[in-house]
Design a protein around this ligand. Structure first.
Ligand code: SAH
Length: 248
């Protein structure tokens, strides 16, 4: 798959795409990421890509033309049609389901806004989907694009050292969409606190049961909405329901 990132600050991406476990996905081009800088399509000595807002008020607005030319350039290089995604507080909040959709697709064009945002005429005519990181305002879409690319990369086969690893992650369908259980490592006693006995027992069935129960507990406590969703999809077993009833 190929993602084309449109950003005025492409240099922000390199440290994220070249560090840690997800590096493999980008270096092998399993997740191919290419950059286009709207400044390269701006005219005049100053290569302006922004201007003052009509109607007055603070800040600057990204001009439509350099963005449209960036997109035309990308589309001339790509064979398949992929969605044009704008990062914006208006958008659908990024979640596991959306990440999964991207991770099984052909890629996307990721538009990173800056300043007050983009000229609305460009959004109306060229953007297919808007995606938000949450109800807060970033100074640019780059962090949102990096979050999306990171999450997509870790779902690619062969990226995590243990192929099953992401199945144990929070929100994963293999986990029935519940939150992950707590994790412990050496030493067995740290700062006067011991690791739960069951994890040292070597009894796999009990360990699995304990982990499931911990996930149920954490999800009930922190994300009751996810627990309810799992229940409605019929993903909670009788044993799960019995455990939850006991806990209540
Ligand atoms: N004036 C806008 C904010 C502009 S912030 C407003 O109040 O809605 C500049 C850019 O940062 C935006 O164009 C967008 O690309 C990005 N951005 C800001 N907050 C974001 C969020 N929560 N999720 C995704 N992108 C965001």
């Amino acid at each position: 798959m190929r993602f084309d990132v449109v950003s005025l600050f492409p240099e922000l991406f390199a440290p994220f795409l070249t560090s840690g476990i997800i590096r493999r996905a980008f270096e092998s081009a399993q997740v191919d990421v290419q950059f286009t800088n709207p400044r390269d399509f701006a005219n005049g000595t100053y290569r302006r890509i922004d201007d003052r807002p009509f109607g007055g008020g603070p800040g600057m607005v990204m001009m439509a033309e350099p963005l449209a030319q960036s997109l035309a350039h990308i589309q001339s290089l790509r064979t398949e049609k992929v969605p044009v995604v704008l990062f914006s507080p208006i958008g659908r909040v990024l979640d596991h389901q959306l990440v999964q959709e991207f991770s099984s697709g052909a890629g996307a064009v990721l538009l990173c806004g800056r300043y007050e945002g983009l000229d609305q005429r460009f959004i109306d005519s060229h953007v297919d989907m808007q995606v938000s990181l949450g109800d807060f305002v970033l100074s640019g879409g780059e962090i949102a694009a990096i979050a999306l690319l990171d999450a997509v990369a870790r779902l690619q086969p062969g990226v995590l050292s243990d192929p099953e690893s992401h199945h144990q992650d929070s929100f994963n369908p293999a986990m029935d969409g519940l939150l992950d259980c707590p994790h412990y490592t050496r030493p067995e006693n740290w700062d006067g606190v011991a690791v739960p006995d069951v994890l040292l027992s070597g009894h796999h069935v009990n360990i699995e049961r304990w982990r499931r129960q911990q996930s149920l507990d954490l999800t009930a406590r922190y994300r009751p909405d996810l627990l309810e969703r799992a229940r409605q999809k019929g993903l909670l077993s009788k044993q799960d329901e019995r455990y939850l009833a006991e806990r209540r």
